[in-house]
Design a protein around this ligand. Structure first.
Ligand code: JCZ
Length: 236
């Protein structure tokens, strides 16, 4: 339990998270490298209809998620890692933008709790309350400047960006290493160079000769040039 990374998501649509059992993340769970829990917010409701939302104070369009079921769900999920600092991640287009650096930073957290809102979002007192708790850190995160229907897909994106960075999750750590000197247009860094595999010629398109040359110095130089060109030509 001590050196295990735990991820919990709270949602009214647990089925959104089925893909976490596939591929890299599925294997990381089977291998016991991480533990993921998906929790239905409606299990915390008390009325027969399982209400999780209400009209906004001050008026306006849409509905706001009520704080009561969120408080119960978060308290319960925090008990799954009782001795850790809980990093409560609230997904919102108004949050801090996800970058590779932020994903890297979040790998340091032993317990991440993702609050996946719907409708117009969650009553802000949920964030405000947990921000006052000494065993919690609250972060509002956005995955980009566009509006999703809820926090579920954003949570999948963030989980994947973090989990692939954890020790032992990727078989060949060299593929992570390489990203640190190419990848990701940020802080003046470069996007990736173009990749080729067999066959040498496909639909009239040839693999560049330098990649077939066996000259590793020339190959590294060409790839760097290509990364620079791609970075410069990248649409903003
Ligand atoms: C809840 N609508 C949570 C996050 N980057 C980004 N775009 N949209 C979201 C988001 C939208 C939401 C909710 C209701 C996150």
């Amino acid at each position: 339990m001590s050196n295990l990374n735990r991820f919990d998501a709270i949602t009214i649509f647990p089925e959104y998270f089925a893909p976490l059992n596939l591929s890299l993340i599925g294997k990381a769970q089977s291998a016991g490298l991480i533990e993921i829990g998906i929790h239905d917010l409606r299990s915390q409701t008390t009325d027969v209809h399982g209400s999780v939302d209400d009209t906004p104070y001050g008026g306006g369009a849409g509905m706001v998620m009520s704080p009561e079921p969120w408080g119960k769900a978060i308290d319960e999920v925090a008990e799954l890692a009782p001795d850790e600092i809980h990093e409560l991640i609230v997904l919102t287009p108004a949050g801090q933008k996800l970058t590779q650096a932020l994903a890297q930073e979040l790998t340091q957290s032993k317990h991440l709790i993702f609050a996946c809102g719907r409708y117009e979002g969650i009553d802000v007192r949920v964030s405000d309350f947990y921000a006052t708790q000494k065993n919690f850190k609250v972060r509002e995160i956005s995955i980009g400047d566009y509006v999703l229907g809820g926090g579920e897909v954003a949570t999948l994106v963030i989980m994947e960006a973090i989990i692939r960075l954890l020790p032992g999750v990727i078989g060949n750590p060299a593929s992570l290493d390489e990203e640190s000197h190419t990848l990701i247009s940020q802080d003046g860094a470069l996007v990736e160079y173009p990749n080729y595999t067999k066959p040498k010629e496909w639909r009239g398109l040839n693999v560049p000769d330098v990649l077939l040359s066996g000259n590793h110095g020339e190959i590294a130089k060409w790839r760097l040039e290509q990364a620079v060109i791609r970075t410069k030509n990248r649409p903003s």
